[in-house]
Design a binder for this molecule. Structure first.
Ligand code: NDP
Length: 317
């Protein structure tokens, strides 16, 4: 049974840079936003050590620290930041219905979806160990590649992301070894060709990761296995990058919101934050498989809040 239904003007789902930026703009526009933090308060940046590419932080900032600051900034303008996650929505009618943990029901005039995406990992214990230790495992070359400048890195994956990230790393690192599990790329021909033509990228086909190796919580190499011959070998490296795709956190919206074949939310009009449901907007990685940066997420969070404000104004709220 539902508790009493709560009515809100602006409900923000998610607490990454997109959600908090939307909250800052919505709160300053007197929309009294309510923000649910979701399963991972602070989002993907809480698993990043150092953020050096967000403008305004001259000396860099840790991911968790930046998210605490964004939360504090949103609260400063009286955003109602709550623990909890959305388990169900019903966007079929003029009222946008949202349920928190299958219990609490909220009716929102506007909804801003900022649920982000989660990087896929291989799932090896050693990979997770060095990821949690912050010792050399990363799912974002653009974010973390710089920490391995002048060093050797390994990247796993064969899609466009892996190719783009391998190429990015090749400009920073002395050598990049790319592990491709089949005998061909999934990436577009042009991206694959670019990687093949880069002299300091070595591609190992039919090759899978056996274990990430290290000492004192720091990665020192990777043991790989050729899945055709069974042969194993160790590759020295200080950084191990996983680029095997992302899962956008959009499952609960799929009955109402148009998604692309990979599950990313489709914008109803390019250059806006509108979804196919009037009054429901999207920001951040839930709709972005290309850039996936904190700064682009923040930018689209701003857009979503401005559009929500316009939507309410047009309705006479
Ligand atoms: P994809 O799903 O396209 O590719 C994932 C890759 O990871 C595949 O090559 C897959 O191998 C490999 N993989 C998956 N699981 C494992 C595993 N356990 N071990 C080893 N390898 C694994 O994801 P992307 O993130 O690359 O791209 C997502 C979408 O975004 C695509 O549509 C892509 O075109 C697009 N994109 C476009 C860009 C651009 O145009 N600039 C840049 C980045 C992304 P296998 O092939 O064997 O299945």
């Amino acid at each position: 049974m539902s508790e009493e239904i709560e009515k809100v003007k602006c409900l923000i789902i998610g607490s990454g840079p997109a959600g908090y930026t939307a909250a800052i703009y919505a709160a300053r526009a007197n929309m009294e936003p309510v923000l649910y933090q979701g399963m991972q308060p602070g989002g993907q940046l809480t698993t990043t050590n150092e953020v050096e590419n967000f403008p305004g932080y001259e000396d860099g900032v840790t991911g968790p620290e930046m998210m605490m600051q964004l939360e504090a900034q949103a609260k400063r303008f009286d955003t109602d930041v709550r623990n909890g996650w959305v388990t169900k929505v019903d966007f079929s009618g003029p009222v946008h219905k949202v349920w928190i943990e299958d219990k609490k029901e909220i009716h929102a005039d506007t909804v801003i979806i900022s649920t982000g995406a989660s990087a896929k990992y291989l799932g090896l214990d050693s990979e997770q160990h060095y990821l949690e230790a912050g010792g050399g495992v990363s799912a974002c070359a653009v974010c973390d590649g710089f920490f391995y400048r002048g060093q050797e890195t390994v990247i796993v994956g064969a899609g466009d992301s892996a190719c783009e990230e391998a190429h990015y790393l090749s400009n920073i690192c002395t050598k990049v070894t790319m592990l491709v599990r089949r005998d061909e790329f999934r990436a577009s021909k042009i991206m694959a060709e670019r990687v093949k033509n880069t002299t300091n990228i070595e591609i190992l086909f039919n090759t899978e990761t056996d274990e990430v190796l290290g000492e004192n919580d720091l990665v020192t190499g990777v043991r790989v296995k050729n899945n055709q011959t069974g042969e194993t070998k160790e590759i020295p490296c200080t950084g191990f990058f996983v680029a095997i795709g992302h899962n956008p956190n959009t499952e609960i919206f799929k009955d109402y919101i148009n998604l692309d074949e990979a599950g990313y939310i489709e914008y109803a009009e390019p250059g806006t934050a509108k979804t196919n449901v009037p009054g429901v907007f999207v920001s951040g990685d839930a709709a972005d498989k290309t850039y996936r940066q904190a700064i682009t997420a923040a930018g689209t969070g701003c857009m979503a809040a401005l559009e929500a404000e316009r939507y309410l104004a047009a309705k006479g709220h």
